[in-house]
Every structure is written in structure tokens, then in C-alpha cells.
Design a protein around this ligand. Structure first.
Ligand SMILES: [Zn+2]
Length: 205
């Protein structure tokens, strides 16, 4: 489908091709993805932005979701190696780092509000002051921090930047690692019409 591939955008608004790719990357149908805030140099999504309120009405604080399988696997390796505890301990003693992480938390919430505005979601008071990934005082998910760092660029989330640097042996922004990372030949995980009922309580995008 060359026409679909050539239309693989580099913009923030997801194309149907992007949404299919996301579903393949995650091996489940994606829902309520409103923007692609970070892409591989080849154009494929790295991070999906989910609306702060899902179409079923549930508030959704985790705006930036890391989708690229190479990156998600790398983040899981770092988590398994104990990097989150190490970072959380540093936050307790390093006041400069803690202050920068607090700013990252505030930036996350501001970015979510902007995305909600662009997507027409409207205010979501249920998640006011809540970000994701353990921010502002802990580190509970490196996928969230790396997703935030990729979405917002360097200098916004210090621990996201660190985690991204730590995955360099598996993934760097300068190269494309998409070949073979997911199955492009497989059918797209189906956009089942009953999903709103079946997955009403599922909190993942
Ligand atoms: Zn790529």
C-alpha cells in the first residue's frame, strides 16, 4: 500500500496508518489516541498521546504512552535492573533534581491540558494535579518518563532524559529500529465494536 505509507505523516495528528501501526506495536486496538507527539526518523510513532478523557468518559491521566516495541522492551529492562528505585532514592536527597522533577510534573499536566484543548476533550477536573509515572516525588514507570522525554524533548523531564540515555544500547533517536520490531503483515488488532462495553474498566489506551 504505497499510498498509505507515503501518507505516513510527520505531523501530530494521527493518520489511519498511524493508528494501525500503533495497534500493531501494542498488539491491541488503540483508543482515544489524539496525537503522535514523537516519531522515529522514519515517521513511525514512538509515543502516542491519549485524550485526558476517554470516549467512554473515564478520566485518563497518562497522556504520553510509549508505543515502540524496541523502546518499551528497553524501558522494561531498565526497570527490571532497579533503575526506578535508584532514581527515587536520589529524589529524596538531591534537592536540585527534585525541583526539576517537580517542574516536569507541572509541565506534564500543562501539556495534557493543551492536548485536551486541541482534542476538544474539555476540562477533566478529576485528574487535576495528577500526572503520571510517580511524578512528582517518585519514579514508578520508566515508560511514562521516556514517553514524556520523547514527546517534549530534552530538558523537560530530567529523569526521562536520563532513562532515554540509558536505553542507548538498544535505541537512539538518530536511527530507525523499526524493521522487524512488529509484524506489519499481521492483521491489525481489530477495532471491535463491542470494545466500549468489554473494556470499560481497562485503563490502557
Ligand atoms: Zn523507524
Amino acid at each position: 500500500m504505497p499510498e498509505t505509507i507515503s501518507s505516513a505523516s510527520n505531523g501530530r495528528v494521527p493518520t489511519p496508518h498511524d493508528l494501525d501501526n500503533l495497534s500493531r506495536q501494542l498488539n491491541r486496538p488503540v483508543r482515544d489516541v489524539v496525537e503522535i507527539p514523537a516519531r522515529c526518523i522514519c515517521g513511525n510513532p514512538l509515543v502516542a498521546a491519549t485524550a485526558p478523557r476517554l470516549s467512554n468518559g473515564i478520566p485518563f491521566p497518562t497522556t504520553f504512552y510509549l508505543t515502540h516495541p524496541i523502546l518499551t522492551a528497553a524501558a522494561s529492562r531498565l526497570e527490571a535492573a532497579g533503575l526506578m528505585n535508584e532514581m527515587t532514592q536520589r529524589l529524596e536527597t538531591d534537592t536540585e533534581l527534585a525541583a526539576a522533577y517537580q517542574l516536569a510534573h507541572e509541565s506534564y499536566i500543562a501539556a495534557r491540558e493543551a492536548i485536551g484543548e486541541r482534542a476538544g476533550t474539555g476540562p477533566v477536573p478529576e485528574i487535576a494535579g495528577i500526572s503520571a509515572g510517580g511524578m512528582p516525588t517518585r519514579v514508578k514507570c520508566l515508560h511514562v518518563l521516556i514517553g514524556h522525554a520523547l514527546a517534549e524533548g530534552p530538558g523537560v523531564n530530567p529523569l526521562g532524559d536520563e532513562a532515554l540515555a540509558a536505553v542507548a544500547q538498544w535505541w537512539t533517536p538518530e536511527s530507525c529500529y523499526c524493521a522487524g520490531a512488529w509484524d506489519n503483515a499481521a492483521p491489525v488488532p481489530h477495532k471491535d465494536l463491542s470494545r466500549h462495553v468489554k473494556h470499560l474498566n481497562q485503563q490502557n489506551p
